[in-house]
Design a protein around this ligand. Structure first.
Ligand code: AMP
Length: 483
């Protein structure tokens, strides 16, 4: 979901979703699942449960642990069915009314929706819906689902949901809870992940990643397929395919950075994928060095793969403080700069006098790399070479990964040589796009039919982005809020 009010350049949000069906502790299971999915969103969290008669909800700003550790909060979410959401918002508009799952009462009963992804025609849809008299309660794009379902002329909730999904464009993995079913849906290209697990005693879990199953002891069943809708109800699990089949385009950045390394995504363990990407990076661009050092935590598996491939020792030359939030979500450059120092410190004995290869997953604005390179030099490194386990990030994501506007992406404005100079590294290399595909067990990227969504590296956007061409977005949505 994203903030359609567009208060700054960072419109896009990552999120984690979980749904639980037929478990006596549904809300607690959902809370544990959200806990495992905390990396997908740290700004706000919520759970809606259903007890057979009534829906109950709790939403709050902050981490899952801040909101769902109190047994009284869980006790106030009774029922054997629940849906939960972690929100990673980057706009200024962090208010409770934007915290999911969204909930609405319809003529057919209640419906709670948790959405991961980003709709690319939400502003246009919202404008049309507001004209029809729909009263929006939030500024998230996900609320268009609620209104499209409300005005649909179809009779059943499932048909209304399908009707709504056929009108939205963009990336979505969503979980809906009605008074008779738990529903999971993935967009036709399957850009964002969604998986199915089974609990002892006949229960089901739907979640963004398999790490949410492991924490509750659920058994992995399979991925929800791109374009598939799964319905879990009193009759068990059934599957619908209401869309024309498209060639799937799963988000390659989930492998590089976003998914948790212990998750298995589309059949591939993320940890192993990252190690293979690191090994491919070493084959493509290794330089003579004494030590391979990851930028923790996200650079660790790739650095292990890199070191294994080139035979140079791997050392933790940078230590991360785990008790500070992600620097990426800090609001100003000044704070971001401070944040990097708070988050990482040099492990001097591993760096002093050595030729160091630093491995990180990506360069976005370049803030992290610049600070880390400087820190490693100050610790006495003889040479500092930066190796990145993704191709240069040259384009913004419109499908649910937080990236700044294009003008703020270092790689959109500079050559690799210029970037090396800007971050102060002796050399800089990124994995090639073909190398990335090879590491993910594909042939080199087929430009006519790429296997992944890699728009952030190629500018090849597989889903149209009509909202991005509306430069009056902000005024429109602010207007709609005023009405
Ligand atoms: P920057 O400092 O702006 O160049 O950001 C790069 C750092 O942010 C890398 O170390 C990544 O691990 C991390 N990163 C990259 N993409 C994201 C994202 N979408 N959300 C949060 N962190 C990210």
């Amino acid at each position: 979901m994203s903030d359609t009010a567009g208060h700054d350049d960072r419109l896009h949000e990552e999120c984690g979703v979980v749904g639980v069906w037929n478990n006596a502790d549904a809300a607690a299971v959902a809370a544990l699942g959200l806990h495992a999915l905390q990396h997908r969103g740290q700004e706000a969290t919520g759970i809606v449960s259903f007890d057979g008669t009534r829906f109950h909800s709790h939403r709050g700003l902050g981490l899952v642990g801040d909101n769902f550790s109190d047994a009284r909060v869980i006790a106030a979410l009774p029922g054997s069915r629940a849906v939960g959401h972690n929100r990673y918002a980057t706009t200024g508009d962090t208010v409770l009314r934007n915290v999911q799952p969204l909930y609405a009462d319809f003529e057919f009963g209640g419906l709670a929706v948790a959405h991961n992804g980003n709709l690319t025609n939400a502003t246009a849809l919202r404008r049309a819906l507001v004209r029809r008299g729909c009263l929006f309660q939030s500024t998230t794009d996900s609320e268009v689902f609620i209104h499209l379902i409300a005005i649909s002329l179809y009779a059943t909730v499932l048909d209304r949901l399908i009707d709504a999904l056929k009108q939205v464009m963009g990336a979505y993995s969503l979980i809906a809870l009605t008074d008779s079913a738990l529903i999971g849906a993935r967009d036709p290209l399957g850009v964002r992940p969604l998986i199915i697990g089974r609990l002892d005693g006949g229960g089901f879990v739907l979640a963004s990643e398999t790490c949410a199953l492991d924490i509750v002891g659920a058994e992995f069943v399979r991925d929800v397929e791109p374009g598939e809708i799964v319905v879990i109800d009193g009759n068990g699990l059934s599957s619908l395919r209401p869309f024309a089949r498209s060639r799937p385009r799963f988000c390659v950045f989930e492998y590089i950075y976003f998914a948790r390394p212990d998750s298995v995504v589309e059949g591939t363990p993320v940890y192993e994928a990252r190690k293979r990407i690191g090994a491919e990076l070493a084959r493509e661009s290794h330089v003579a060095a004494d030590v391979i050092v990851p930028v923790p935590d996200s650079g660790v598996p790739a650095a292990m793969g890199y070191a294994g491939e080139c035979g140079v020792p791997f050392e933790l030359g940078i230590i991360r403080n785990h008790y500070v939030g992600r620097t990426f979500i800090e609001p100003t450059d000044h704070i971001r700069n401070l944040g990097v120092k708070l988050k990482h410190s040099a492990n001097r004995p591993m760096l002093e006098g050595r030729r160091v290869v630093l491995v990180d997953d990506s360069i976005v604005r370049g803030t992290t790399s610049r600070k880390i390179v400087e820190m490693v030099r100050q610790a006495g490194a003889a040479e500092v070479h930066m190796r990145i386990s993704s191709p240069p990030t040259t384009h913004s994501c419109f499908y649910g990964i937080d990236t700044p506007e294009r003008g703020k992406l270092l790689a959109a404005r500079h050559s690799v040589e210029e970037m090396a100079a800007l971050i102060g590294a002796d050399s800089l290399s990124f994995i090639s796009i073909d190398g990335l595909y090879r590491a993910l067990r594909q042939d080199a990227r087929d430009a006519a039919a790429p296997h992944f969504c890699d728009a952030c590296f190629t500018g090849d956007y597989p889903i149209p982005v009509p909202d991005a061409s509306h430069n009056d977005n902000r005024q429109l949505s602010l207007l709609s809020e005023l009405r």
